[in-house]
Ligand binder design. Structure first.
Ligand SMILES: [Fe+2]
Length: 179
């Protein structure tokens, strides 16, 4: 599959939103591929990681996030499952799971209910090793500040604290496995 051809079907090539999406996704892809090559013991599928990392945020254009040049109608938190639905429709149900399993360090049904998030009540925690690596790599890159400058783990943890200690614990577990 060619991730670029799916991106270019929904995003205008060269537009500010396209630049934001593709630059961010490439940064996440490269970080994820570094983890794959540094950790052969994980036996992750590098080609799948490269493809799915490029597509993990494909749903953002449907959300209302003007700072990111997104002028859709859904709350930003919906971009994961919206991307899932889009890629499933395109015929890529396994790549689709990466989209809806990359918010924070993943969302359980209890997280979704307790926080009353406007998303479907299903388990959105990354399960496969490829899903976990992409979710982890994504935490290092912002879409609103510098697109290519990686955050430090300390900064990631600091901003993650407000979403709950269980998010921080999962991130620290991944630091031990992936760094
Ligand atoms: Fe992302």
């Amino acid at each position: 599959m060619q991730p670029e051809s799916i991106i270019n079907k929904y995003y205008t090539k060269g537009s500010p939103l396209w630049v934001t999406l593709t630059e961010h996704s490439k940064a996440v892809r490269d970080k994820a591929l570094d983890i794959v090559s540094n950790h052969p013991e994980l036996e992750a599928d590098a080609q799948f990681v490269a493809e799915a990392a490029m597509l993990h945020d494909i749903g953002i254009y449907l959300t209302n996030a003007p700072d990111l040049h997104c002028h859709g109608s859904y709350p930003y938190i919906c971009h994961g499952y919206l991307g899932h639905d889009l890629l499933k429709k395109e015929g890529y149900p396994v790549h689709a799971l990466v989209c809806e399993r990359h918010t924070g360090t993943g969302l359980s049904v209890d997280d979704i209910k307790n926080q009353q998030l406007p998303i479907p009540h299903r388990n959105m925690q990354p399960i496969s090793i490829e899903e976990q690596i992409i979710c982890f790599a994504d935490k290092f890159y912002s879409k609103s500040r510098s697109l290519t400058e990686a955050k430090t783990t300390d900064r990631i943890i600091k901003s993650m604290r407000k979403h709950g200690e269980h998010q921080v614990r999962q991130f620290e577990k991944w630091c031990d496995l992936f760094l």
